[in-house]
Design a protein around this ligand. Structure first.
Ligand SMILES: [Zn+2]
Length: 72
């Protein structure tokens, strides 16, 4: 059985993250404990590998648009 993953955005720093679907919170590297339900969901993927690829792609696009983004 494969687990589904959710890709979402941290409301604090705007970083893209992913986590297993059944998880309710995920700690962002910025220190914020993000509630998945309340965060901005980007999408769902079938597996871990796909989630990682989506996040990488999103981060790339984001850095292209805004230049370097600031880490808190
Ligand atoms: Zn964050």
């Amino acid at each position: 059985m494969t687990k589904k993953y959710i890709v979402f955005q941290c409301p604090e720093c705007g970083r893209y993250l992913y986590t297993e679907k059944q998880h309710k919170t995920r700690e962002c590297p910025c220190g914020k404990r993000v509630k998945i339900k309340k965060s901005k969901k980007i999408g769902e993927t079938k597996n871990h590998r796909e989630a990682r690829q989506v996040v990488r792609k999103l981060q790339k696009e984001k850095s292209k648009k805004h230049g370097f983004f600031k880490y808190k």
